[in-house]
Design a protein around this ligand. Structure first.
Ligand SMILES: Cc1ncc(COP(=O)(O)O)c(C=O)c1O
Length: 388
């Protein structure tokens, strides 16, 4: 085999991709064992049958050929209207690129903001694909390591101490911490990117899942619409992870170039998926709330079951579909705890270390199983932690 490119071999920076516990759980499930999986952000709800019917009708109706590469006019328009209504920022179809999920948008946004070798900032703890997405785009990832005592939010001092960079990637509501950035944090972030004349890449895939505070889109802050690449997705809001449909919102000129990038990479999103997304968005907030509610309910279950524990500190999630538990007082690392919980109690969670340095000594629990199974798993998790 000829030599592989550095670009492809360094995506994970020579380390693991942080998913060992997940793979181990999946192997045991494949072998027929009963494991409670609280690992990945896969909603237990399935895509609504009416959305699937809309997809079917579109496909049967012939929308199976190449679709408009930047997105169909109908979906771009529907997304523009939704983003304008949610954020109050005037947004037209020309500000919207439809992508195969938020992941493709994250990669495209870094290619748009960074030249090869530029530094791209991101916040630790982080969604696992962030550093690899930055490396894949040819940029150099630089983490801003937040502290649990600051609610895992970056401070103005931390931002001011970063090296020169082309972009800053943020994610609110946050995976893995469940933090929702408040106005003060967002003002500090926006002030920082304005002063340094940088791009802000704002991953807002959990914007419909907020239990405390409110989702503020940084694109709505003064002088931000022209320097923000906002990312959204149908994956979590409409339980459509497998449909691969999301978007990138940005200044018209950036979107025009990003459409050229789509031509040489994804060549767009299937038309029947886009039609299903138009149908889903037209169902409005009712459907989004229906998919969001189970996570809020389970968050309340876990808060009740873990209250008073001297071993597990809960970081109350304000949004998204995960909980971070501080298990440092067990004396185990997040990785050791997660492996032992799987080996000894058949429950799979993600080690905090998979999400960066700041989350070491924590575990992330995805609230993605039915209430009864979740309740049982949290009780067992507490019993296990307290037995150590
Ligand atoms: C913070 C965050 N961004 C992006 C994604 C990717 O979403 P999509 O399925 O739209 O590619 C995820 C998925 O878990 C996520 O948690």
């Amino acid at each position: 085999m000829p030599e592989l490119s550095n670009r492809i071999t360094t995506l994970n920076n020579g380390g693991t991709d942080g998913w060992d516990v997940f793979y181990k759980a999946r192997r045991r499930v494949a072998a027929g064992e009963k494991i409670t999986e609280l690992t990945i952000g896969e909603p237990d709800d399935k895509t609504d049958p009416e959305i699937l019917e809309a997809m079917h009708q579109s496909a049967i109706g012939g929308h199976t050929g190449y679709a408009a590469v930047p997105g169909t006019p109908e979906l771009r328009e529907a997304v523009a209207k939704r983003v304008a209504a949610q954020s109050g920022v005037p947004t037209t179809s020309d500000n919207v690129l439809i992508t195969p999920g938020a992941q493709a948008a994250l990669f495209a946004a870094h290619l748009c903001a960074c030249d090869a070798g530029d530094t791209a900032l991101y916040i630790d703890p982080y969604y696992v694909t962030y550093p690899g997405s930055i490396r894949g785009a040819g940029a150099v990832p630089h983490a801003i390591v937040t502290a649990p005592e600051n609610g895992f939010c970056p401070t103005a001092i931390q931002l001011s101490e970063t090296p020169e960079a082309s972009s800053l990637l943020i994610n609110t509501p946050n995976n893995p911490t469940g933090t929702v950035y408040d106005a003060n944090t967002l003002e500090a972030i926006c002030g920082f990117v304005r002063d340094r004349d940088m791009w802000l890449i704002s991953d807002e895939v959990y914007s419909t899942q907020v239990w405390e505070g409110a989702h503020i889109s940084p694109r709505a802050l003064p002088d931000m619409a022209n320097r923000t690449l906002q990312i959204g997705s149908m994956s979590k809001s409409h339980a459509m992870t497998g449909s691969r449909v999301g978007w990138l919102i940005g200044p018209e000129e950036a979107i025009a170039h990003l459409a050229d990038l789509a031509i040489v990479t994804t060549y767009g999103v299937p038309g029947y998926i886009q039609d299903a997304a138009v149908f889903a968005l037209a169902q409005g907030k009712g459907l989004e709330d229906k998919h969001a509610k189970p996570f809020e309910r389970r968050k309340n279950i876990a808060m009740r079951l873990l209250s008073g524990s001297k071993v597990i500190q809960v970081i109350p999630p304000m949004g998204a579909m995960y909980m971070m538990l501080d298990i440092r007082s067990t004396g185990l690392s997040g990785e050791e705890f997660a492996h032992r919980l799987l080996d000894e109690r058949d429950i799979a969670v993600m080690p905090g270390e998979s999400f960066g340095q700041a989350a070491a000594g924590h575990i992330r629990v995805a609230m993605t199983v039915d209430d009864q199974t979740f309740e049982q798993a949290i009780s067992t998790l507490r019993e296990f932690a307290e037995s150590l």
